[in-house]
Design a protein. Structure first.
Length: 277
């Protein structure tokens, strides 16, 4: 069965432009279906000068990249400032290791009611395969599907899931008030891993998608999505590694990965020209 339209969700401020660009370049290489991407953003420069929203010119450029694979694809910016501050301005998690933008995925119920299913992506992913197979997973009766969290399995519990790639059943989430309950936790409880903790503590019915859709450590056979998240390295001494998808030097020299070289070369050419404008 061929899915003709895939709904995607990303979140962030203007600092995530590079990550989204790399991600979309890898996405259009492997997926030719129509993509409707919603990017939740907001201006919070009154709280922190670095918290500026994604601009229209950035949206237009990224949409042109998305259209390279399918001219019907679109990107829609969703301004979440008012809704977010109405619920979260007094949250103890506003000042956290993570920015407030990571909580925006918990506002997915604000998307149009006719969107029944959507994939949420962090902005530090790269694709090695077609995400259509992920979108086609049947999660009827489940609020969402996500892969297990590599570190969470060891330090928190076997059922702890990573929130970098999430297949949301929005109909079920609205029915169970999943997002509202997650936001309530974020408003009143200080959490180490913020909305990821809130999701894992709130979910009633969850599905475990194959790890190949969210490979958080070493690449493995069949990888569809590589997640460039922070990991622990035990050798040659204990340390953390946080090499992001737009860190070309780090990907080559530290991670020793070359599977994405064509994408990274395209990214470097594009970002240099874009910044020179």
């Amino acid at each position: 069965m061929c899915v003709m339209k895939i709904n995607l969700l990303m979140c962030g401020n203007d600092k995530v432009f590079d990550g989204i660009l790399v991600e979309l370049l890898s996405l259009v290489k492997h997926c030719k279906n129509e993509i409707n991407l919603y990017i939740m953003t907001m201006d919070l420069t009154d709280i922190n000068p670095k918290f500026a929203s994604i601009k229209e010119k950035d949206r237009k450029y990224l949409e042109d990249v998305l259209k390279l694979a399918n001219k019907e694809s679109t990107i829609t910016l969703v301004d979440m400032r008012e809704a977010f501050l109405n619920e979260m301005k007094d949250s103890p998690n506003m000042m956290n290791f993570y920015t407030p933008y990571t909580m925006l995925r918990l506002f997915a119920d604000y998307l149009p009611i006719d969107i029944h299913k959507i994939i949420y992506f962090d902005v530090d992913l790269m694709m090695l395969g077609d995400i259509t197979s992920l979108y086609e997973i049947n999660i009827n009766g489940f609020e969402y599907g996500a892969a297990y969290d590599v570190l969470g399995r060891y330090f928190i519990g076997n059922y702890y899931q990573n929130a970098g790639v999430i297949l949301f059943n929005l109909d079920e989430c609205r029915k169970t008030k999943f997002f509202e309950n997650c936001r309530y936790k974020c408003l009143y409880e200080k959490m180490a891993f913020l909305d990821q903790d809130a999701m894992n503590r709130t979910v009633k019915n969850r599905y475990f998608i194959p790890y190949t859709y969210n490979v958080q450590r070493n690449m493995k056979k069949g990888t569809v999505i590589k997640h460039f998240c922070k990991t622990i390295r035990w050798l040659p001494f204990y340390h953390t590694a946080n090499i992001k998808s737009w860190n070309v030097e780090g990907i080559h020299e530290t991670l020793k990965l070359h599977e994405f070289d064509d994408i990274l070369e395209d990214y470097q050419n594009r970002i240099n020209k874009y910044r020179a404008k």
